[in-house]
Design a protein around this ligand. Structure first.
Ligand code: SF4
Length: 423
């Protein structure tokens, strides 16, 4: 498998990053995995005129269907056989959970080789958002996350990513959220690190954004790609000409804590990551989101909010928006969400420093709210809990050293103020 990044991983009790897929099987060939030219070529290879590709794609993207009975503009004789060859079933709905009075629906999907992923559909007054998975499992090993406990099973193909969207679109329009709604927004915040599965994620973004017959024609502005900090790939994404929103899962403004909380920080440090995020803003004009899971007495301190504000302000004004999120702990977690009081202080500190900030709601927290929990819990809940405790205990002692305000905080903050970018 071609790897995008070779991280330098520190030895020791830190959780190990993994870029190697545990599963090697590839899903069956699917029309959606191909570029427009290859789509036409596939039809020719199967013995059909190339224009049939666009007819099939119109059914897929406009009508969201792979049912041959509906495709009456195709010759009836071999229709079912053709559709099976170009749109082989890739994902099967295995478990559905509702929360938030029916406004949130989490679905567990089984893929062709038995691995499972999850998607979360959320209805808001002004939009419907789908959170999708880009990998089965995740190799980033964040010790607060259920998905991170099991490692990376494998990357999803572009078609597997898009099938999550198409099938959720069908369910949403059929009223799974209580009324017929159209999915307007997509966030890559389910299982996996999207930028570690770059090729498939870019291909899936095209299928979301491109106009008919090659895509759903969604607005790029309504699509968010998250990352824990694969710096070189952020720059690559900025060069794609796809003005999607970038969300950086930061969770700590200092390397001391972030090295343990987000293991890829051992390779790409906070400053490098924020510089890359800023470059993304400059190149695309899209304001970057900073995701910050507030964990009690770990990263929820006022001084950390001050440090975060200074790191962001020192790179300019108005380029970033912070979303603090109360942690929804992994089963077995020894860590828990910040108190309401410290959450309020954290948010007010950021706002006072001029940083646009909104506490993100934790949709689905009465089921399995944090990323990857539905899937992880279904596969082996006890194992997930055991792994979570082990992963957290391994780093908790070291993290304890980073709870207190550094003695030189004032000088750190004042140095930064001199760097403020005038805009
Ligand atoms: S928090 Fe995201 S990047 Fe980290 S292990 Fe979980 S899924 Fe992977």
């Amino acid at each position: 498998m071609k790897k995008q990044v070779q991280p330098r991983v520190e030895k020791g009790p830190r959780p190990l990053l993994s870029f190697t897929e545990q599963r090697v099987g590839k899903p069956p060939r699917h029309l959606i995995d191909l570029d427009p030219e290859a789509r036409r070529a596939l039809l020719v290879e199967l013995g059909y005129p190339s224009f049939r590709a666009n007819q099939l794609l119109k059914h897929y993207f406009a009508h969201k269907t792979i049912d041959p009975e509906i495709m009456t503009d195709l010759p009836a004789a071999n229709r079912a056989e053709l559709v099976k060859k170009v749109f082989p079933p890739l994902i099967t709905q295995v478990k559905t959970q509702e929360a938030d009075g029916g406004d949130t629906v989490k679905i567990l999907w089984r893929l062709f080789d038995g691995v499972v992923v999850e998607s979360v559909l959320m209805k808001y007054p002004d939009r419907a958002t789908l959170c999708i998975s880009s990998q089965a499992g995740c190799g980033m090993a964040c010790p607060f996350c259920a998905t991170g406990q099991g490692g990376l099973a494998r990357n999803l193909s572009a078609a597997e990513i898009i099938e999550q969207l198409r099938m959720n679109m069908v369910l949403a329009e059929a009223g799974v959220l209580g009324e017929s709604v159209r999915i307007t927004n997509v966030v890559f915040m389910g299982m996996g690190e999207p930028l570690a599965n770059y090729k498939a994620v870019i291909s899936s973004l095209h299928s979301m954004i491109d106009p008919l017959p090659h895509g759903f024609g969604m607005s790029a502005r309504n699509i968010t790609v998250s990352t824990v900090g694969m710096v070189p790939i952020i720059d690559k994404l900025a060069d794609e000409g796809l003005p999607v929103t970038l969300a950086v899962s930061l969770h700590a403004p200092d390397d001391g804590l972030r090295d343990d909380l987000i293991p890829i920080n051992s390779r790409f440090k906070v400053k490098e990551l924020l510089d890359a995020a800023r470059r993304y803003f400059v190149k695309t004009g899209r304001r970057v989101s900073i995701e910050y899971a507030l964990i009690k007495d770990m990263n929820d301190h006022k001084w950390r909010a001050e440090l975060l504000a200074h790191e962001l302000n020192s790179r300019g004004k108005g380029w970033v928006h912070v979303n603090p999120i109360p942690l929804n702990p992994t089963p077995g977690s020894i860590w828990t969400a910040a108190t309401k009081k410290s959450e309020t202080v954290f948010v007010e500190t950021l706002l006072k420093a001029g940083i646009s900030t909104t506490v993100r709601d934790t949709r689905g927290s009465d089921i399995d709210g944090a990323c990857g929990q539905l899937a992880a819990g279904t596969v082996n809940p006890e194992n997930v809990a055991k792994r979570a405790i082990k992963a957290q205990q391994a780093v908790d002692e070291r993290i304890a050293k980073h709870r207190h305000e550094p003695e030189n905080l004032d000088s750190i903050l004042s140095v930064r103020e001199n760097d403020l970018v005038k805009e």
